[in-house]
Ligand binder design. Structure first.
Ligand SMILES: O=C(O)CCC(=O)C(=O)O
Length: 403
């Protein structure tokens, strides 16, 4: 599973930090080590020791489809009952064609142009984040493209395309929103996205971004649609997924355990691990190196978590898409090609009775300058089908963009 990813020890041997950053890390690690001597026995006394594996035995198991429209009755692009049964087992539908090859390439080129025009300053992020992305070499459509689906017709139109909306309706129900869109670009020689699992999209925040109003299996609180705008294969960095891994939420649960008690976690590991953890938490951009940090830890502590898994490589042609639950453990290969840029558009879909950004008006983007805040409440959801409003929620709904 991890053969094609550089491990973090080797990454940090090659990646140098500034003297100030190193001093900050070592001072913090010393403080944590001292605290460990004082606090750890007290926590043990009060039965409050950090437990990496707390609640990991709560296997999640299967979920039911929330939508009832089937192709057998409604025709068009709805899913057949057998496609639904397949989705309930694997958590993946597709690849299936959404756009003609030429239309996908046009959208890829138009999106590149939008990026080169800095998305006409419609980005969700402020200057501090943009400057940090520039300094660290991460200024790309992957970040500037966040939430742009609600701002440009050509992206919006694809995200609400009936070939996407109707299969989603079959699984999720009739009243749907696209609460976030983003691009996944991989330039030649760019590393792969590391293995991760997420149900309700807490990411680097203190609370999940999505909260259902009725009890819902986390695998189906939201679904992702990943649309290849250019061909994607093992060479250019296609997606990889462990089918059906949504049934076991241990990877996400362990991440949550660490996030909920970071000090407890840091006090439970060796000095060199504290150093590696602080470097990764403070000085890497995005969430994927942090995902790797936890994964490498779990691989040592619970090797059985990844025993006997079958990884599916999702090679796709430009214009094809897959629907998947992000609670399926997924990743992508590095782009090892000489000159092919892999580009995908991802839409994140949920029901209108799910609260979006209920707890936090401000989200955090991890950057090399730390976790920097940006406002999410001004990022509206795209109405996809049915009724975008629900009496139990107060979600911000986008108007169809002017151009
Ligand atoms: O495209 C990639 O490399 C990763 C995509 C991903 O993690 C996602 O869509 O959730």
């Amino acid at each position: 599973m991890t053969d094609c990813y550089e491990n973090l020890d080797s990454y940090w041997t090659k990646t140098k930090l500034s003297t100030t950053q190193n001093i900050k890390i070592h001072c913090t690690a010393i403080i944590i080590t001292v605290l460990k001597l004082i606090l750890k026995p007290i926590r043990i006394l009060f039965n409050k020791s950090f437990d990496l594996l707390a609640n990991t035995n709560d296997y999640l198991g299967d979920f039911e489809a929330l939508g009832s429209k089937r192709k057998e009755e409604f025709g068009e692009n709805y899913l057949t009952e057998s496609e639904i049964q397949q989705f309930l087992k694997s958590g993946i539908h597709g690849p299936f064609r959404v756009l003609a090859t030429d239309d996908a390439e046009d959208l890829a080129n138009d999106s590149d142009t939008l990026f080169h025009d800095n998305f006409h300053k419609t980005t969700a992020f402020g200057d501090d984040i943009l400057n940090s992305l520039k300094v660290s070499g991460n200024y790309s459509i992957n970040y500037l493209g966040f939430f742009q689906g609600s701002k440009y017709r050509k992206i919006w139109d694809v995200l609400v395309h009936p070939k996407i909306a109707q299969p989603l309706q079959s699984i999720l129900g009739d009243d749907l929103l696209c609460w976030r869109s983003q691009f996944f670009e991989k330039k030649p020689k760019q590393e792969g996205t590391f293995w991760h699992q997420t149900g309700t999209f807490r990411e680097s925040d203190t609370k999940p971004k999505l909260e259902p109003t009725t009890p819902t299996h986390p695998a189906i609180v939201q679904l992702s649609v990943w649309i290849a705008l250019r061909d994607t294969n093992k060479e250019t960095g296609c997606l990889r997924m462990i089918e059906g891994s949504f049934k076991d939420g241990r990877l996400e649960r362990i991440v949550t355990n660490i996030q909920n008690d970071l000090l407890g976690y840091l006090m439970s590991i060796s000095y060199s691990e504290i150093i590696k953890s602080l470097k990764t938490i403070w000085y890497t951009t995005g969430n994927f190196k942090k995902a790797q940090l936890v994964f490498e830890k779990i691989k040592k502590e619970v090797p059985s978590l990844f025993d006997h898994v079958t990884v599916r490589d999702l090679e796709m042609k430009a214009g094809e898409a897959i629907i998947f639950t992000s609670l399926n453990t997924h990743a992508s290969y590095a782009n090892t090609s000489k000159n092919k840029v892999r580009l995908a558009l991802a839409g994140r879909y949920t029901r209108s009775d799910v609260h979006i950004f209920k707890h936090e008006a401000i989200s955090k983007l991890p950057t090399k300058k730390g976790n920097l805040p940006y406002s999410v409440t001004k990022e509206p959801s795209i109405p996809v089908c049915g009724n975008p409003k629900h009496p139990k929620t107060n979600n911000n709904i986008a108007e169809y963009p002017a151009k």
